[in-house]
Design a protein around this ligand. Structure first.
Ligand SMILES: Cc1cc2nc3c(=O)[nH]c(=O)nc-3n(C[C@H](O)[C@H](O)[C@H](O)COP(=O)(O)OP(=O)(O)OC[C@H]3O[C@@H](n4cnc5c(N)ncnc54)[C@H](O)[C@@H]3O)c2cc1C
Length: 403
């Protein structure tokens, strides 16, 4: 008898935890001989995207190969290019360029998100970003190369385009990062640009107050209520008409769901995410589960939805993986719910900010919050030990990691 197949696209936070949770459900019912798990992604690694704004790009792509071996998950090195929801098949392009069509019984879409890149003159040619590991490495190489250029205002200036979570984290690291490259006495300039009336406004007034204090103390300038309208090699122009000499523009204007969501029949939200049901199924595509940054999912019954975040992706992954397997092995499906919401915003050498609730009440700030951020970034979001008992103990779909 051929085995039924759970095909997981993506080995990020959601894909990894979907695999662990699905393996747990299969083992709970002792159906390892009946159901197999196959994961497709460019490499059996977990890209630690939340840390890519940091100055030192180290251990940002740990291997998950041993975990997959322990769980008997077969990894295919490549990408899913096409999904045929009616025929229940997916076309995979292997890393060597060859392709194959794989049939599935359940498909878990965990291909994450990508940086939003509108059509702005010079954006592709001259801007940098920290969306992927290669992009973060390119930014780092560029910053390191600035020291070989003749000193100028443009050389010493970094503009961060986008004052959301990622933009603020990148900006607050930047003055120290630049000084460590250009010299302690170098006169560096870091600006953060955002269309909102205040930097951090979308996170609420309490956050704005703390962010303003941190930016001020770190000497970071801001331009709010304006957009970047053009980027050149040595300058950036704002919608206000202001032209800022800058050799470095870091684009940080939000994320959009991976393009494969467009191939899943059914409703999408403004970020391109598939609107999932309570079990994270794509309601218009039988057999497809959507998870992590690819799904719009209600976290509670009072109108809140998961945001594109690690915090949500870890739980969304567990629930989608469990449910994909549960449908095949005869376990009860588990509804997704994650009412507790916490954010921890890194503010560079100033510290960090920990908030709780959707209204983002400040719980902790400065050095104490920084310790929490470091624990999240360096421990909690990393892959678990490749030991079945350890993994299964925290793969229950009810399990939630919050500070
Ligand atoms: C700079 C930065 C800072 C961030 N800071 C925070 C933070 O502080 N807190 C927080 O909670 N979140 C943060 N985030 C967001 C967080 O990283 C994402 O929400 C999270 O990574 C989403 O997890 P995911 O598993 O859905 O997708 P991803 O982590 O994006 O993983 C997607 C996976 O799919 C694979 N893939 C892509 N295309 C294909 C394909 N066609 N076929 C097969 N596989 C494919 C990729 O290789 C990868 O393995 C940050 C993100 C960035 C970029």
């Amino acid at each position: 008898m051929s085995k039924k197949c759970i095909l997981i696209a993506g080995s990020g936070f959601a894909g990894l935890w979907a695999a662990i949770s699905a393996a747990r459900a299969i083992e709970l019912t002792d159906k390892q001989d009946e159901v197999e798990i196959v994961m497709v992604s460019p490499s059996p690694t977990l890209a630690i995207r939340p840390r890519l704004y940091e100055a030192v790009i180290e251990n940002m792509n740990p291997s998950i190969a041993e975990i997959l071996d322990t769980l008997d998950v077969r990894h295919i090195a490549g990408v899913v290019r096409d999904i045929d929801a009616d025929g229940k098949t997916a076309v995979i392009i292997h890393n060597d360029g060859t392709s194959e069509t794989v049939g599935y019984d359940r498909f878990v879409l965990a291909t994450g998100s990508k940086l939003f890149a509108p059509s702005i003159p010079g954006l592709d040619e001259y801007s940098f970003n920290v969306d992927t590991l290669p992009a973060a490495e390119k930014l780092e190489a560029h910053l390191q190369s600035l020291v070989d250029e003749p000193p100028s205002e443009a050389r010493n200036t970094v503009v961060i385009a986008g004052g959301g979570f990622t933009g603020i984290e990148g900006a607050t690291e930047m003055p120290e990062r630049l000084r460590s490259i250009l010299g302690r006495d170098a006169s560096v300039r870091v600006l953060i640009v955002d269309p909102a009336e205040q930097i951090g406004k979308e996170m609420g007034d309490q956050v704005v107050e703390v962010v303003e204090q941190a930016l001020d103390e770190l000497g970071i300038e801001s331009r709010s209520g304006v957009l970047v309208s053009a980027i050149e090699k040595d300058s950036v122009t704002l919608s206000s008409g202001e032209e800022i000499p800058a050799r470095t523009v870091v684009w940080s204007a939000g994320m959009r769901a991976h393009e494969l969501t467009a191939q899943v029949p059914g409703e999408k939200d403004e970020l391109g995410r598939v609107v999932g049901d309570e079990f994270l199924r794509a309601p218009a595509a039988r057999g497809i589960f959507v998870t992590g940054d690819t799904v719009k999912a209600a976290t509670d019954d009072v109108g809140n939805y998961a945001v594109m975040s690690c915090q949500h992706s870890l739980s969304l992954g567990r629930v989608a993986g469990h449910n994909a397997a549960a449908e095949l092995v005869g376990l009860e499906l588990h509804p997704y719910s994650q009412p507790k919401y916490v954010t921890c915003l890194d503010l560079g050498p100033w510290g960090a900010l920990l908030t709780e609730g959707w209204d983002r009440q400040v719980q902790m700030k400065g050095a104490d919050a920084k310790k929490v951020k470091e624990e999240i970034n360096r421990v909690w979001i990393y892959p678990p030990e490749a030991d079945k008992n350890t993994m299964f103990a925290v793969a229950n779909p009810d399990h939630v990691i919050v500070p």
